[in-house]
Structures are given as structure tokens and as C-alpha cells.
Design a protein around this ligand. Structure first.
Ligand code: PMP
Length: 409
């Protein structure tokens, strides 16, 4: 039977052999914030700078040709990865945040007006709340929120009544970065489409953990970030159905996004995706993202998903036996994200002290303040897994947590 060789995978991440604080091995459990980068991805990045660094699309020399070809190959890798039909449907952005802001400022500005409704959820990251709030203040549409229940599961009955004939867009995350909940995106897509509305999916926490198929999900827009999928920062992508991208006005203006510019008769714009890619993009980063996606998919995605589920259930079970610890987010369908609070110990203190054991977890509101409010909290501790984490690390984390809690009580 096929199995992941986690030790072999770890060997590709030099950072995972780092020792902290008097020789304690790093236990990196902050993968929901950013993942580490394997050697082949770093090599693809430096290879670009060492061999064919050039600006793309306009040059006629060899390096420009090679860089352009590699950049456009990266677009096709993203297309295949998301199972989009056409390469024109993939727009490179700086990340998820920029992808959502792009949709808000182009599709949103062109299509939303007073009387319309945009539906988000209570478990959104700020990057899928604030752009819609800013736009609703300006355009006067209603922003409505699907609530979550005590387990951190979306209330689908509420969704059914909120997604009505006034609704133009449903914007939700695929997986919650604060709770790990996997949301029923295809059901929400069906509800949206039944009302003639679109669905935008924030896939930042999904793409590294389970195979995503934008067509099967029924997503109209799908956004993700390279740095959460073993690639670099500064690059991400927006998938948009071609007919939507074609009808959308551009956002930023500049080079690379035009067809013809005149000073007296105005400017005509390039076709998608270039219409939305003004200026020189992050070329080396896109090439490295291509490598990261191929690196991850070559591991066999089912095995990655399965391994992270093993880490999740093992760690959850062990945490449940800690006195006074409450898990925040107990949905039946979860990715490898575990949020928790501990009676008599502040999350911030836990985060600081457990770092002394070499353990990197995140504490705070996880850019999901409305969700924290729902649970009556300011902050949680969050451990989140990547494909390179081991059961030994999970145990060392739980043991260290036990000692930290003793110190704090
Ligand atoms: N959405 C979710 C669910 C996230 O977890 C994050 C990153 N924490 C973002 C959006 C924003 O991603 P980025 O900062 O890479 O734009």
C-alpha cells in the first residue's frame, strides 16, 4: 500500500532541523499562518534568478522568452491544480487578500447596488469581511452573515433564508483558519445559483490539505495564497469563470493589462487574465508556486489528506484529556487546525511559554474577530498541521502544553 514517507518529506525542509532555546528541536505547528518551503521550491526560485531572470511578455530576447514561458506554465499548473477548464480563468495575485479585493473592486463595483445583498459567514477571515464592508458602505448594499453554531458549523437553515432573490453574491471560506471547519461549499453554491447569485470561495486554508475542483464545487470565484501551500509569499491566484472575467472591468491600470493606449481616444484592455495583471508580476514567485504545487501533488493528495486527519484525530484525543482545556471548533468535518483555550491560563502566556519548548503555535484572534466574539473570547491557541508534522511532534506538543499549564496555574 502507498504511504507517505514523512521522514523523507522532512529532509526537504532544512528549517525543520532547527534547534531553538538550548537545543530544543523546532516543532512547527503554525501552518495555517504560513507553511515552510521545501528545497525543490527554493531551487526553482533561485534557478529563475540564476538562469533566466527577465521581464515577461514584452521582451524578444531568449531570457524574456524563457521567463514568459515559465510564468505561463505556472498559470497552467494552477489551472490543472484547481481543475479549471481554461488557463485564461487563472489570474495571478499577491495572495488571497488581493484576489478577494480584486473581485470586490471589479465585479462588485460593476454589479452591486443599494437593495442587493451579499452574504458572508460568521467564520470569515477579515480579508473576506472588510472588502465587502468597505464596498457596502460605499454602494449601499446589505451585508448579511450566516451564523455558526456552538460546534463552529455554519447554520444552513439560516443560509437558506438569507440567500434570497436579492442576493448577488455568497462569499465564504472553504476551510476556517480559526476552527478548521470544512464548509459545505457545493451546497452553498447550489443555494446561490438557485437565486441567480454567484459564490466566491476563500480557499486559503483548503488547497494544501485536500484536492480542490472548482467545477465540481460550483465555485464562480476561488482564491488562494502560495505561502500556505509550501510556496512563497507575494503570489496567489484567483480563479474566475471566464465569462465573468470577460465582463468584469479592470481594477489597477498600467502596463501588461492593455491592448492599446492612446492619449486622446483612451485605452482598450487586454483579455483575461492579463486585464487583471497590471504591472510586472511576481515572476520568480509564480514559478516557485508552480514547483510547490507539483511537489505537493506528487506526494499523492489522498495520502496528504489522510495523514493530516491522523495528526488531527490523535492530537484532538490527547488534548481532550487535559483538565480545563476546551476545544473551540468541534465540527465533524475538519482540516488539521485545532483551536483551544485553557481555564486559568491566558492564550498569550501559553504561546510565549510553549515557545521555550521549541513549539510554534499561534495565539490571538486569527484575523477572525467576529468569530471570537461569537465564542465570547478574545483569543485562542491554535495548532495547525502541515504534511511534514509527525505523531511524535504532536505528542511533544501536548506534553509541553501540559507543563506550560502547570507553570501558569
Ligand atoms: N483567508 C483565510 C481563511 C486565511 O487563513 C488567510 C491567511 N491567514 C487569508 C484569507 C489571507 O491570506 P493572505 O494573507 O495570504 O492574503
Amino acid at each position: 500500500t502507498l504511504a507517505l514517507d514523512v521522514e523523507e518529506i522532512r529532509a526537504e525542509f532544512p528549517i525543520l532541523s532547527r534547534l531553538l532555546h538550548d537545543g530544543k528541536p523546532l516543532i512547527y505547528l503554525d501552518n495555517a499562518a504560513t507553511t515552510q518551503t521545501p528545497t525543490p521550491v527554493l531551487e526553482a526560485y533561485s534557478d529563475y534568478f540564476n538562469r533566466y531572470n527577465a521581464n515577461i511578455h514584452r521582451g524578444l530576447h531568449s531570457l524574456a522568452d524563457e521567463a514568459t514561458a515559465a510564468f505561463e506554465r505556472a498559470r497552467d499548473t494552477v489551472r490543472e491544480f484547481l481543475n479549471a477548464e481554461r488557463v485564461e480563468e487563472i489570474v495571478f495575485t499577491r495572495g488571497t487578500t488581493e484576489a478577494i479585493n480584486l473581485v470586490a473592486n471589479t465585479w462588485g463595483r460593476a454589479n452591486l447596488r443599494a437593495g442587493d445583498r451579499v452574504v458572508i459567514s460568521e467564520m470569515e477571515h477579515h480579508s473576506n469581511i472588510v472588502p465587502w464592508q468597505m464596498l457596502s458602505t460605499e454602494l449601499g448594499f446589505t451585508l448579511s452573515v450566516i451564523p455558526v453554531d456552538a460546534r463552529g458549523v455554519l447554520d444552513l437553515d439560516a443560509a437558506r433564508s438569507l440567500i434570497d432573490e436579492r442576493t448577488r453574491l455568497v462569499a465564504v471560506n472553504h476551510v476556517s483558519n480559526a476552527l478548521g471547519t470544512i464548509n459545505p461549499v457545493s451546497e452553498l453554491a447550489a443555494l446561490a445559483h438557485a437565486q441567480g447569485a454567484l459564490i466566491l470561495v476563500d480557499g486559503a486554508q483548503a488547497v494544501a490539505h485536500a484536492r480542490v475542483d472548482v467545477q465540481a464545487l460550483g465555485a464562480d470565484f476561488y482564491a488562494f495564497s502560495g505561502h500556505k501551500i509550501y510556496g512563497p509569499t507575494g503570489i496567489g491566484a484567483l480563479y474566475g469563470r471566464l465569462e465573468l472575467l470577460e465582463a468584469m472591468p479592470p481594477w489597477q491600470g498600467g502596463g501588461e493589462m492593455i491592448s492599446k493606449v492612446t492619449l486622446t481616444e483612451g485605452t482598450t484592455f487586454a483579455a483575461p487574465p492579463h486585464k487583471f495583471e497590471a504591472g510586472t508580476p511576481a515572476i520568480g514567485e509564480a514559478i516557485a508556486l508552480d514547483r510547490a504545487i507539483r511537489w505537493l501533488t506528487n506526494l499523492h493528495f489522498e495520502l496528504v489528506t489522510e495523514w493530516e486527519q491522523t495528526l488531527l484525530s490523535h492530537t484532538t484525543q490527547r488534548l481532550e484529556s487535559i483538565d480545563g482545556l476546551s476545544l473551540i471548533g468541534t465540527a465533524p468535518n475538519k482540516c488539521g487546525v485545532i483551536s483551544f483555550v485553557v481555564e486559568g491560563a491566558h492564550s498569550q502566556d501559553i504561546g510565549l511559554l510553549i515557545d521555550q519548548f521549541g513549539v510554534a503555535i499561534r495565539t490571538g484572534h486569527h484575523c477572525a474577530q467576529p468569530l471570537m466574539q461569537k465564542f465570547g473570547l478574545d483569543a485562542t491557541c491554535r495548532a495547525s498541521f502541515g504534511v511534514y508534522n509527525t505523531l511524535e511532534e504532536a505528542d511533544q506538543f501536548v506534553d509541553a502544553l501540559g507543563r506550560v499549564i502547570k507553570m501558569l496555574r
